[in-house]
Design a protein around this ligand. Structure first.
Ligand SMILES: Nc1ncnc2c1ncn2[C@@H]1O[C@H](COP(=O)(O)OP(=O)(O)OP(=O)(O)O)[C@@H](O)[C@H]1O
Ligand SMILES: [Mg+2]
Length: 284
């Protein structure tokens, strides 16, 4: 059970000839995956994930979220779908609006019919999971830093306890330390809960460090769905879809050209690169 797309097309303007989603076929399990969606700006990543949460509806083709059909707005059971799949928008801090941080996080579960007490307990649990300290809970969300506000917005979705959590570029604009912290928290949440997390990112250092499965969007088409090693090993694919290599990989290529290191498999993370350098050093 999870998300299933069959031959999905989508156009924002019904009469336009260009499709923003073009024949998407995709299957995502609700358990234990950490999937990244990458692709050039305007390639259709945000449009794709908005279909997974019934914010947008296919022009043609079939989408099933668990056993529910995403058809047209009036015919689609929105709440049950959004209970299964939670979507955190890019710059979610703009959606923070309640008087206190705790009230803001409680909004989701209350909206899904939980009592105030249940909503409070789920909100407290979500705040803890995402690392919001207790002293922030009674503050106005508008007095928080950008990074803290973003955590509040993520906690609001987590509090609903969706099976699949989707985040649209959650690390954009954060400083490197906050970015690392947020990524670590998301990885911990994924491992603790066995939920599936789907994340859109332009940051290939993050993608290469945390992904196994990567989806590549290009001009509305899903052009790659596979393991990160296969994507980053292919210069043709990276060139074709305008994707960068992670820093460790481009450094490794230069070091290899200079005859300083050698490898069979391109290192994709800092740790893998360091291991290679240390191995070379040990020959001397
Ligand atoms: N509300 C809208 N109305 C009309 N066209 C839109 C709308 N939103 C997006 N588009 C168009 O659809 C295409 C895909 O946009 P989308 O936002 O899904 O791209 P993206 O891959 O998320 O890009 P980015 O990396 O910049 O966030 C683009 O050509 C965009 O201009
Ligand atoms: Mg986008």
């Amino acid at each position: 059970m999870g998300i299933n797309f069959q031959n999905v097309d989508f156009k924002y303007a019904k009469k336009a000839s260009k499709k923003q989603l073009d024949n998407i076929n995709l299957s995502i399990d609700a358990q234990n995956e950490f999937i990244f969606i990458v692709g050039h700006t305007g390639s259709g990543k945000s449009t794709l994930v908005q279909h997974m949460n019934a914010l947008l509806f296919p022009t043609s083709g079939k989408i099933k979220i668990f056993d529910l059909n995403v058809v047209r707005k009036k015919k689609t059971p929105l709440k049950p779908i959004r209970k299964h799949v939670g979507l955190v928008f890019q710059f979610p801090e703009y959606q923070v609006f309640e008087t206190t941080v705790l009230d803001d996080i409680m909004f989701g579960p209350k909206n899904f019919g939980q009592t105030k007490e249940q909503a409070r307990s789920q909100a407290l649990e979500a705040a803890k999971l995402i690392g919001i300290s207790d002293d922030l809970l009674e503050r106005s969300p508008f007095t928080l830093s950008g990074g803290q506000m973003r955590k509040v917005a993520i906690a609001g979705i987590l509090a609903v306890n969706p099976d699949i959590l989707i985040l649209d570029e959650p690390t954009v604009g954060l400083d490197p330390k906050t970015k690392d912290e947020l990524m670590q928290l998301l990885v911990d949440i994924q491992q603790k809960t066995n939920k599936t997390i789907i994340m859109i990112s332009h940051d290939m250092n993050i993608v290469s460090a945390f992904a196994k499965r990567i989806l590549v969007m290009h001009q509305g088409k899903l052009v790659f769905d596979g393991h990160k090693d296969d994507l980053f090993a292919s210069h043709e694919l990276l060139d074709l879809y305008n994707l960068d290599l992670p820093t460790s990989a481009s450094l490794a290529i230069q070091l290899k050209k200079a005859g300083l290191i050698n490898y069979d498999k391109l290192p994709l993370t800092k740790e893998e690169l360091l291991e290679l350098i240390l191995k070379e050093g040990s020959y001397e």
